[in-house]
Design a binder for this molecule. Sequence first.
Ligand code: PLP
Length: 484
Amino acid sequence: MKYVSTRGSMAADGRPQPFLQILLGGLAPDGGLAMPEHYPRVSAGELESWRGLAYPDLAFAIISRFADDIPAADLRRLIGRAYTPGIFCNTGTGRAADITPLKTLEPGLHILELSNGPTLAFKDIAMQLLGNLFEYALARSSSELNILGATSGDTGSAAEYAMRGKRGIRVFMLSPEGKMSPFQTAQMFSLQDANIFNIAVRGVFDECQDMVKAVSNDLDFKSRYRIGTVNSINWARLVAQVVYYFKGYFAATAAGGEEVSFAVPSGNFGNVCAGHVARMMGLPIRRLIVATNENDVLDEFFRTGVYRPRRAAETYSTSSPSMDISKASNFERFVFDLVGRDPAAVSALWREVDAGGAFSLAGSPHWAKVSEFGFASGSSSHAERIATIRRMHGEFGVLVDTHTADGIKVGMEQREAGVPLICLETALPAKFAASIEEAVGFAPPRPPGFEGIEDLPRRFSVMDADAAQIKRYIASHATAAASA
Ligand SMILES: *Cc1c(COP(=O)(O)O)cnc(C)c1O
């Protein structure tokens, strides 16, 4: 399998690139995102033959189609080490070996548990594999990587727990001092691994993000210290997420041919884009229901055809904070397919977006394809998510987190008789205790091992929102590349 850019080319010479070549990279040189040249098709017979596979075997069957430059035995080992019941042990159903167990609320209504990993959010599923893939690729090329990131909560901790103790990798994670939830802060800052560096910045999240950009724009520093990222545009993260759509489908259906719909709490469009890939591979998905919170850029697109990213000042802080995103970085991948994989068309649309503008596909021949691809959408407010949490608890005795509640709220609105609906769980309620208390009047339980994490010793540094300071910090804790 080779990869192209949504805007034309993955490499300076214009040639499509293999998986290992795009694994560590961010944007393509032309500013686009990596996409497979075509989607591997899974026949109905092959699909049924996968039905009984254990999670790691299913993951291998799918991921090996996309990463065919990694020898099969190596890929099996990397996958097998990521998806173990020991790592994904925080399940509410007690079925840790399933990695992503399906919880049935009533006939035809399900929650797919994706938050059983070390940081209690679905990002662990992709990050745990990414950590192993990075370590493998770096060992093969005898090189090292210094990952620099900014987080407001979930991504940073998922990345740190995936990269802790990995050879050749250091993580420098910036977070706004005092702005993460007490649980998130404790989770990150209590890590004692020598390759993990937590940096609390005296400022807000945007300033952390600006520091990352400033370092990435210093090309000399970037190559000298081999600076990399683990952000949501990484193609390997997306591929790892394709697997649980298959797993959820098999768990919710009895035999071949049946269609299911998925409701997906969305921010950067990574999760639901993986669903789109699964559907393009041949998984019988009827609808992919995109759920947003008050930051409804994506819902607006799927209702009207207008994509209008918002400025930071127009982005609301909500009680489902991991979806407080007004520029969906993976959305460009979907639009690439929507416009018939025409890189010139994508480039023209994103010239508008990158200049702070908007575009509309309403009335264009591409617009009809949105429903052909199975997409539907809706949004949820704070009051609606609180009411959904309360209702799920009252009716079915389950506690869901605020993001999952947004997905359930929108999914239920669009539910069709006779079509199983699978709502993706993206985090455990323990991470967002205040909203759960508001909804049901008691604090959410914590999985074993998370009691008292606020009291553990902490390891972190504090600095000003100043790019020069983080550069000095990286330089004193990392070794420069041998070639520098
Ligand atoms: C990241 C995240 C989302 C949004 O997922 P995308 O892939 O960015 O659309 C939703 N819920 C939670 C809890 C998250 O951490």
